[in-house]
Write a protein that binds this ligand. Structure first.
Ligand SMILES: N[C@@H](CCC(=O)N[C@@H](CS)C(=O)NCC(=O)O)C(=O)O
Length: 375
């Protein structure tokens, strides 16, 4: 079989996750923009009609849409090479994956659209590459119009408004500090090789926060060891020459380093109130929308929810995808025996994350025809 095509973009948040996986798993791939007539005619119909990156196409024409599904596919084929085997690490890996996909989007959007406007061609160029002359009318718009639309309608949906800017920036500086501390001790989240959670965290920490000019300069200035992790995650070799321990394996004895506990405690400050509010909002929506048939596509957001983080009022779109990923972590937890489950619960208590175990939607989400659907 020829190389896989990864439809993505260097500046895309979610492409960062499977790109890094393909590199680390040493899978032959070529990255291409999705603005092409081939994509619209041959790939999009097989991707459930949902235009989005990342999407991959095999040389025999098969298609997988969604970064999580792409990684799941290759993990299954490789005997789960990047999935830890011990209880705490298994749960932490899936927790980091969820945080990466959903929990850090506010700073990503804030820095891109509120700080990078005076970097000349940087953003217009990149937006131009995802809408070109091959783009059908239904999707077409020029880069400036697209960016203006995001600023007006999308930023508020992520809770990025003038009243939250100060909080987002303060919080992000702490994120840089806690992750920098961790990566000063360990090359990856769980030791000498990346876990599924490392790939999830590449979504926010590469395409936006580790590449856009303004947040990149913050990262290089305040968090050089985190910057090295981002670099490392996009290289096929372990790239951990600055560490004495060169074992390419997860930490022994199911160890969760205190620096990672501190990072998770920090993430909990924002993640828990938002997840609680979003869970209530989606469950209310599910009661009001009982008629939705099994197999119906799950929308990105179902309504706005309100919550408070460190005294700042935030309103953001409640997104079911967060709970699709959270359910994977809850299932992992529920599969543990009594002793392992006690250990994991103690670890989650230390991270202020225990409440996540009980945050469940009243309806599960599955996948059909390359789309997330209500079961
Ligand atoms: N759950 C999806 C989210 C993918 C996503 O939202 N991708 C964005 C770009 S980072 C996108 O495709 N936006 C619409 C578009 O470019 O047409 C995943 O994890 O792959």
């Amino acid at each position: 079989m020829g190389p896989i095509t990864l439809y993505g973009s260097p500046f895309s948040l979610f492409t960062g996750r499977p790109r890094s996986y393909l590199i680390k798993a040493k899978i032959d791939y070529r990255e291409e923009p999705h603005a092409s007539s081939h994509f619209y005619s041959n790939v999009l119909p097989k991707a459930g009609g949902r235009r989005g990156i990342p999407t991959i196409e095999f040389s025999d024409g098969r298609v997988i849409r969604d970064g999580v599904a792409i990684i799941d596919y290759f993990e299954r084929k490789s005997n789960n090479q990047f999935s830890p085997k011990t209880p705490k690490q298994r749960v932490v890996s899936l927790l980091l994956d969820m945080i990466g996909a959903e929990g850090l989007l506010r700073p990503c959007m804030h820095y891109r659209f509120n700080h990078d406007t005076d970097h000349g061609e940087f953003l217009p160029f990149h937006f131009g590459t995802i809408y070109n002359e091959d783009t059908p009318d239904a999707y077409a718009s020029d880069a400036q119009t697209r960016m203006a639309g995001i600023r007006e309608f999308v930023l508020p949906a992520w809770g990025v408004t003038p009243s939250t800017h100060e909080h987002i920036e303060k919080f992000h500086l702490t994120t840089l500090r806690v992750l920098n501390k961790h990566f000063a001790n360990y090359p990856y989240f769980l030791g000498g090789k990346p876990c599924i959670g490392d790939f999830g965290m590449m979504a926010p920490l590469y395409g936006h926060l580790g590449r856009d000019p303004a947040p990149l300069s913050l990262m290089t200035k305040h968090a050089v060891r985190l910057f090295r992790w981002v670099e490392r995650m996009n290289r096929p070799e372990p790239d951990f020459g600055e560490f004495k321990n060169r074992e390419e394996s997860f930490l022994v004895d199911d160890f969760i380093p205190p620096t990672l506990v501190d990072a998770l405690k920090h993430f909990a400050i924002d993640l828990i109130p938002e997840s609680r509010a979003a869970c209530d909002c989606i469950n209310t929506w599910l009661v009001e929308n009982k008629h939705i048939e099994t197999g119906t596509e799950v929308q990105r957001g179902v309504g706005l929810c309100n919550f408070q983080v460190l005294g700042t009022e935030i309103q953001a779109e409640a997104q079911p995808f967060r709970f699709y990923l959270l359910e994977r972590m809850q299932d992992e937890f529920e599969s543990l025996d009594a002793e392992a489950s006690r250990d994991v619960q103690k670890m989650l208590d230390d991270c202020n994350m225990t409440e996540l175990l009980g945050m469940k939607l009243t309806r599960s989400i599955g996948r059909k025809n390359n789309l997330e659907v209500w079961l």
